[in-house]
Every structure is written in C-alpha cells, then in structure tokens.
Design a protein around this ligand. Sequence first.
Ligand code: SF4
Ligand code: SF4
Ligand code: FES
Length: 231
Amino acid sequence: MEQYVNMTIDGAIVRAKKGMSVLDTAMEYGVCIPHLCHVQTLSDVGACRLCIVEHVRNGRSQITTSCTLNVQEGMKVLSNTEKVRKLRRNIAELLVAEAPNSRAIQDVAVRCGVREVRYPFRNKNCVLCGRCVRVCGETWQAKAIGFIGRGKNRHVDFPFGEKPDFCKSCNTCIDLCPMTITPCAGPMKTGEEYLCSQCEGQLMTTEQVPDACVWCDLGRGFQCARQAQAV
Ligand code: SF4
Ligand code: SF4
Ligand code: FES
C-alpha cells in the first residue's frame, strides 16, 4: 500500500508519496520549480542546481536541490523566496553564458528572471546536465556514452571517441538534450550578452503577473506539469 507524508510547500499543505522527491511532488501539485537536468523517469544527480529550494528545519533554512531531496513527514519547503530567486537567477545566468544558443536554456532563464548575462559567453554545446548519459545507462542499459575528462575538458563522448556496437542508435540521448531543441535566435557573439527577443517577449507576461508561469516551450521532455496540462 502506498505510504504518504504530510508536508508544506510554500505554506500549502500537501500529501506526498513517500520516496518521492520534493521536485516531483511540487510539480504534481502544479508548483513549477525550474529544472534542467531532472527527468522524471531517471535518477537525479543535482547537476544543474536550478531546482534549489529552502528547506526549513528547526527554524534554520538550508538551500538544497529539490530533485535530490526526498519528502519527509512535517517537512517545510519554500520554493520561491527572495533568496532562492536570486541564487537561481545567477545559476540560470551562468547556464546561458555556457550555452547562449540553447533555446531550452534561454527559456528556463527567462522564467528565472534573467534579462541579461553578466558573464562572458563560452558558446559550449554541452552544459554537462547528464540527461543523455543517464537515459543511455538507465533506460537502455547501454552505457554507450559517458563523461570523459575533468574540469574544463569534461564532455560527453563514446568510449575512445568511437560509436560502439552496443549503441542502440535509439537517439534518446539526442532527444533529451537541452541543446537539441530548435536553437534560439539569440546572440552568438561576445558583447551581445542579452536574451533574444523571442524569450525576452515572454518577460512581459512574467512582469504583468508576478510569479506566473510563462509556459515555456520546452515540451514534454522537460516534464513540466503545467506544460502537460496545457496540451
Ligand atoms: S543512441 Fe546510443 S548513445 Fe544514445 S541513448 Fe541510444 S544507445 Fe545510448
Ligand atoms: S550532451 Fe546534452 S544532455 Fe548530454 S550532458 Fe551535454 S547538455 Fe546534457
Ligand atoms: S533539476 Fe535538480 S539539480 Fe538539475
């Protein structure tokens, strides 16, 4: 029999399934916590840190990633405080700087309130979210790709750079990658560190209705509960 715990998210009492993460629970209740590396059917590794929340315990609050935090009885979580919004905005800004041409990342950044990017662009084609590596290993048990190298050289590749026979050519790794959603028409060059007009246009909605979800266009791959409702 399913077991449940009672907890609060942003002051609202929710009944959450034991063993579920705070992020999945929040999404189930329509609380949209921005996230990038999380995929509902895969394990969570807390790579992007976008889903941070305040976990209040014994009168003290701790910032933690909600995808790696499991629900507990009596738990108190705040997903949208000034402190969280500020930190999340900075994380989103850094992600845009890493991959300024990713439509998915620009959209998430807009939701986090980013308007311009104060960091130099690195124009990378991977933000190391690990969605591809996890789907390959966990869903297909193929382990045909993995992280290679350390620090600045860390990237995703096949072993020895060659596609192995055991790659199932399923393309799920590509489908789940935030870099493969139709690229943003955003800035490409250093010195143009602003969001493109497409994403910026959505800011009107967020400005007019504070805390409103702009129903970013990330599709089912990102499993936003509101997206699913909108379909
Ligand atoms: S295409 Fe190959 S590398 Fe990509 S998820 Fe499928 S098995 Fe893994
Ligand atoms: S290739 Fe794409 S899915 Fe894989 S880690 Fe990089 S950004 Fe994430
Ligand atoms: S979604 Fe939780 S750290 Fe990326």
